[in-house]
Design a protein around this ligand. Structure first.
Ligand code: PMP
Length: 289
C-alpha cells in the first residue's frame, strides 16, 4: 500500500506529495516540526506535543496553520489512510511559500505537512545491553528550545555517531573536562552522578525541552528519586554510575558506552531500569519494554 501524506489540504501518495521550491522551509529552514507517537490507538502526550508546537510557532511568529482540533483530525485521518495503529507522526509547519527574500513575507499561508510511519522502538537487545554514544562538539545556534527543522549540526553529529558504530551523539559545549553535555542530537541526555543524583541539563535555550524529558522528570520525582535539572560535565560523565537518553521514539534507553568506554560496569543501572518501566507503563507498553 502506498504511503499517504497530508500536504496543505490534500492527502496524496508520498511520491506525488510536494511543496513549492519557494517554500521557506526549503529555502531557509524557516519551519518547525513536531514528532509524536501512537501506541495501541492512543496518542501519547499529545497535549504536551501540541503545546510545544504552539510554542515553536509563536517564537518564530509563524501563524497556526489550523486549529489544534483540526490538526488532530488531520493526524487521525492520515493514520487511517495509512492503516497504521502504532505509528510515529511527523508534523511540519513552514512559514509558507514566497519569492525568496530574507524578511518575513507580508502575507503567506503556512505550509502544513503530516506524515506517519510504522513505530520502531529500540530492540530488546538494545534495551538489555544499552546503547553506545559518542561525544561531539555542540555546533548549534542559540535557540535550540525551538523545534526548528534547521537540523544540519544534528545531522552531522548523528552521522558521526553512526560512523563510529554508536546510536547517538551527545553534544558538548566548552573545553576539556569542564565542558558540559547539553543533549543528544535527537534525544535528551541523563546521568545518575557519582553522588547518586539523577541529572539532566536544565530547560534553557541550549536544549530542546523534550516531552519525554518532562514526563521522566515527573516520574522520577513521583518515585522519590533525587533529581536535579543541572548540567553535567564530561568529567562528571566519566564518573557517572548510570546514563540514559530519552525521546519520544527511543523512550528511556540505557547508555552503557561513551566514546567506547563503559559507563560504570557497562550494564543498565537500577534507576534507569526503574524509569524505563515507569515510562513504558505510561505508554501502555509491557513494563519490561
Ligand atoms: N533533543 C533534540 C535535539 C531532539 O530533536 C529531540 C527529539 N524531538 C529531543 C531532544 C527529545 O524530545 P522528545 O522527548 O519530545 O522526543
Amino acid at each position: 500500500m502506498a504511503r499517504i501524506a497530508y500536504v496543505d489540504g490534500r492527502y496524496l501518495p508520498i511520491t506525488a506529495a510536494s511543496v513549492s521550491i519557494e517554500d521557506r522551509g526549503f529555502q531557509f529552514a524557516d519551519s518547525i516540526y513536531e514528532v509524536l507517537k501512537r501506541i495501541n490507538g492512543r496518542l501519547i502526550d499529545a497535549d504536551r506535543h501540541l503545546a510545544r508546537l504552539r510554542r515553536s510557532l509563536g517564537e518564530l511568529q509563524i501563524a497556526q496553520p489550523c486549529s489544534e482540533a483540526a490538526l488532530l483530525r488531520i493526524v487521525q485521518e492520515t493514520l487511517a489512510r495509512n492503516a497504521l495503529k502504532d505509528a510515529l507522526i511527523y508534523i511540519q509547519v513552514s512559514r509558507g511559500a514566497a519569492p525568496r527574500n530574507h524578511p518575513f513575507p507580508a502575507s503567506t499561508r503556512p505550509t502544513l505537512v503530516v506524515t506517519v510511519r510504522r513505530l520502531s522502538l529500540p530492540s530488546q537487545l538494545e534495551r538489555e545491553q544499552g546503547a553506545g554514544v559518542v561525544t561531539a562538539p555542540d555546533q548549534r545556534w542559540g535557540r535550540c528550545d525551538i523545534k526548528s527543522t534547521g537540523l544540519l549540526p544534528n545531522v552531522l553529529a548523528k552521522q558521526e555517531a553512526q560512523q563510529a558504530g554508536a546510536r547517538e551523539a551527545w553534544l558538548v559545549s566548552g573545553e576539556g573536562t569542564e565542558a558540559v553535555v547539553t543533549e543528544g542530537s535527537s534525544t535528551n541526555a541523563w546521568i545518575v552522578d557519582a553522588a547518586g543524583v539523577l541529572r539532566t541539563h536544565p530547560a534553557t535555550p541550549a536544549i530542546l525541552g523534550g516531552v519525554t524529558r518532562s514526563v521522566v522528570l515527573e516520574l522520577a520525582r513521583a518515585e522519590g528519586i533525587a533529581v536535579e535539572e543541572r548540567a553535567f560535565t564530561l568529567g562528571e560523565l566519566a564518573k557517572a554510575r548510570e546514563a540514559f537518553l530519552t525521546s519520544a521514539t527511543s523512550l528511556v534507553l540505557p547508555v552503557t558506552r561513551i566514546d567506547g568506554r563503559p559507563v560504570a560496569n557497562g550494564m543498565p543501572g537500577e534507576t534507569t531500569r526503574r524509569l524505563m518501566a515507569c515510562y513504558a507503563e505510561r505508554c501502555g507498553l509491557p513494563a519490561h519494554r
